[in-house]
Ligand binder design. Structure first.
Ligand code: HEM
Length: 440
């Protein structure tokens, strides 16, 4: 194994890396860094899960000022992409200022009750026993219900709001079309055969964008529903054009997807660990009562739930990696990165490296009785100036859904061995069928 401390640690060739990811499934990312070291070069990018380097990249402002070229390219390639995540400098500041107030800890607590009611209404449709063919798809719809009300201030009974909801969900699923996905780990000529399908998909997406812009332009915020984040109104009032509002709304909705995926992972794990279902259900019902709901203020009274949530975010990070670009020369150990070096931080590998975690492949919420032994080995929402702005909302939403579902239903997952698909944006490789059975 080459030394991670050599001046330019060499990584795999692209075909080798992609083969390894296909064959090792969930374990591929840890396998990569075990074979090539915590930091290695791959197609000109430094790939790393070195916690010390991660700390510097996230926390030193100089390395957070300029966005990675990968994000800038994605911003150009994907129709509707331009949004906070891909921006830097003044455009990023301007959007952040407009949107940030809706995401503070105190503010998200004010819509907990409202979100709770929407989630209760949604799961009431499940009846006594409901078999769901695809858990992820169900979570997308469950979260969309309250998001469109609280996040967009829309009365979802109106045709226009329903049309917008459908268009946003449709666009999101389209981006994950396996024939036209962009999030491979590296690029090889072998992928060129997908080009025609990709071009076709781009054309289709552009049509969808035009449709979405039209709906956003005409959709009216209903003040009775607009008790929450209300991105539409906020962005309109801050003077953004219809195109910018559409981009950002789609972007924020896309970011919400991380939560749909994490909650899917949570129910998948609960289906496999019924003892945790009972533990969490008892804790939630004792602390909150059968009709109650959590706020961020009540989190500290829910230690088992919080441990479980942390473990889900460790095992199901939003992306296998996030890209960064150094703002000046950076030295960590024997590694020296010049200014402008593209870096890919491997979140999944960081969250599973055996140097940082005991039995990293075991889903064990009890590991969180203690803090991780290495700082920055756990950064599901990142840290520092470019951390996730939706963290408080995401955590609240996560516990709200667990509370409503576990206090009413048992979960049975039909297939207990579903691996993750071999892309940077993780998804389960096939549909997760499950049955929710109402408790007596
Ligand atoms: C489980 C849920 C979530 C996880 C694990 C998560 C994680 C992350 C991570 C790792 C980033 C940094 C990406 C990068 O810089 O490359 C990020 C950025 C971001 N997240 Fe989240 N996220 C979650 C939910 C949400 C939600 C619900 C929203 C809001 C609707 C949201 C909004 C954003 C935005 C706007 C950014 C870009 C911030 C910036 O670049 O300044 N996220 N998220």
């Amino acid at each position: 194994m080459p030394s991670p401390l050599s001046a330019k640690p060499k990584g795999p060739g692209v075909q080798e890396a992609q083969r390894l990811i296909q064959s090792h499934k969930n374990g591929a990312w840890t396998e990569l860094v075990q074979r090539y070291g915590k930091s290695f070069y791959y197609q000109g990018t430094l790939v790393t899960c070195d916690a010390q380097l991660v700390e510097q990249l996230l926390m030193q402002r100089v390395h957070t000022r300029t966005r990675s070229l990968v994000y800038k390219k994605l911003n150009q390639i994907i129709p509707l992409a331009p949004g906070l995540l891909f921006m830097d400098e003044e455009p990023w500041q301007r959007r952040l200022q407009a949107i940030m107030p809706a995401f503070t800890k105190a503010r998200v607590d004010t819509y907990a009750g409202y979100m709770h009611d929407c989630i209760v209404r949604y799961v009431e449709q499940w009846g006594t026993t409901t078999t769901i063919p695809d858990l992820y798809c169900e979570m997308v719809h469950l979260n969309a219900e309250h998001l469109f009300r609280a996040g967009l201030g829309l009365d979802i009974q109106t045709e226009c709001a329903r049309e917008l909801g459908k268009a946003l969900i449709d666009y999101k699923f389209d981006l994950m079309d396996p024939n036209a996905r962009l999030d491979w780990f590296g690029f090889s000529e072998k992928q060129l055969w997908r080009l025609p399908q990709f071009v076709k998909a781009q054309w289709r997406r552009r049509q969808k964008v035009r449709q979405l812009r039209k709906v956003v332009e005409t959709v009216k915020v209903d003040n009775r529903c607009a008790q929450g984040l209300n991105w539409l109104q906020t962005l309109r009032e801050a003077g953004f054009s219809n195109e910018e509002v559409t981009n950002e709304v789609n972007h924020l909705y896309g970011a919400y997807n991380a939560l749909d995926y994490a909650i899917t992972g949570a129910f998948y794990e609960l289906g496999k660990h019924p003892e945790w279902t009972v533990l969490l259900r008892n804790e939630l019902s004792e602390v909150l009562g059968p009709e109650g709901y959590p706020t961020r203020d009540t989190f500290q009274a829910l230690p088992h739930t919080l441990r479980f949530m942390k473990e889900v975010f460790r095992c199901y990070p939003v992306s296998m990696g996030v890209s960064r670009r150094t703002g000046e020369e950076l030295r960590v150990g024997e590694l020296t990165l010049p200014a402008g070096q593209e870096v890919l931080v491997l979140l999944h590998a960081l969250h599973h490296h055996p140097d940082y975690w005991d039995q990293p492949d075991v889903f064990n919420p009890d590991r969180w009785k203690e803090e991780p032994r290495v700082p920055y080995a756990y950064v599901p929402f990142l840290k520092g100036p470019r951390h996730c702005i939706g963290r408080h909302l995401a955590e609240l939403n996560f516990v709200l859904v667990l509370n409503v579902v576990l206090q009413r239903f048992d979960i049975q997952v039909h297939d207990r061995e579903v691996a993750l698909a071999p892309y940077m944006m993780p998804r389960f490789e096939r549909e997760l069928a499950c049955t929710f059975t109402r408790l007596n």
